[in-house]
Design a protein around this ligand. Structure first.
Ligand SMILES: Nc1ncnc2c1ncn2[C@@H]1O[C@H](COP(=O)(O)OP(=O)(O)OP(=O)(O)O)[C@@H](O)[C@H]1O
Ligand SMILES: [Mg+2]
Length: 241
């Protein structure tokens, strides 16, 4: 990696070492008996800190299932997940809640913005939930909106923003609590190719500037070039390249 000096500082800053994500022999099925769907069938991989990793695979290959497990939103039937040095199975309900709130930023395909709140208020939600100081919150929100190129749009509601602008609000919100890990599920799925590329380039840039690790599910082959590495799922298994 070109900025290895910067990366090692980030690791020291976080006081943590080792990979950001370690996944070992993950299995997850839905339903039971003859109707069971085996969404993940023994998935293992590691993601080092500071990388932008793309997760590709056909529809139904298990991408969302995997992201939900890594983000602590769902539990595997079998296998182990370590995020930011913590074994998720040992965290318990409150520990998982804190990990998700303080260390992970989620970006969903459907944006998940609250319609009656302004762009700035949407970005500030995670900091409110953490009980951050209002002044600190306002400053960070302004910085984040600027980072994603939305200076001057702070007061607009989601309905008054374009699709690409909404997606950028969602990215800014995911970064609000300075997460160690960004998890994005097809963040460019609803955007045209040009806007999608711009959003992906923005993610590329924030992974560098905010020193986060990102795991991004995407269908879009042209976006894969921007990733440090590509993981491919096929029928619930990682395809070796
Ligand atoms: N809640 C659920 N109940 C039953 N089956 C499910 C559930 N969620 C996912 N599945 C099944 O698990 C498999 C993997 O689904 P998943 O959503 O992880 O795929 P994906 O790779 O994200 O697909 P897409 O690209 O369409 O979003 C699919 O066969 C799907 O039908
Ligand atoms: Mg999906």
């Amino acid at each position: 990696m070109s900025e290895s000096a910067e990366t090692s500082t980030a690791v020291l800053d976080q006081g943590a070492q080792g990979p950001m994500i370690v996944v070992e022999d993950l299995h997850r099925s839905y339903g039971s008996g003859a109707a069971a769907v085996h969404a993940l069938r023994g998935v293992s991989f590691e993601i080092p800190r500071g990388e932008l990793v793309a997760l590709k695979g056909r529809s139904g290959s298990g991408k969302t299932t995997l992201l939900n497990l890594v983000g602590g939103l769902d539990e595997p039937d079998r296998g182990r997940i370590t995020v930011d040095g913590r074994d998720l199975s040992e965290l318990g309900e409150n520990g998982l809640l804190e990990l998700r709130r303080d260390r992970i930023g989620f970006i969903f395909q459907s944006f998940g913005l609250i319609p009656i709140l302004t762009a700035a208020e949407n970005v500030g939600i995670p900091m409110r939930m953490r009980g951050a100081d209002p002044r600190e919150r306002e400053e960070r929100v302004e910085l984040l909106l600027s980072l994603v190129g939305l200076d001057g749009h702070a007061g607009q509601r989601p309905g008054e923003l374009s699709g690409g602008q909404r997606q950028r609000v969602a990215i800014a919100r995911a970064l609000a609590n300075t997460p160690a890990l960004l998890i994005a599920d097809e963040p460019t799925g609803q955007l045209d190719a040009g806007t999608g590329l711009a959003v992906m380039e923005l993610l590329r840039a924030v992974v560098r500037s905010e020193r986060v690790t990102a795991l991004v599910a995407t269908h879009d082959a042209t976006l894969l070039d921007l990733a440090d590495r590509v993981l491919e799922l096929s029928d619930g298994e990682i395809v070796e390249h």
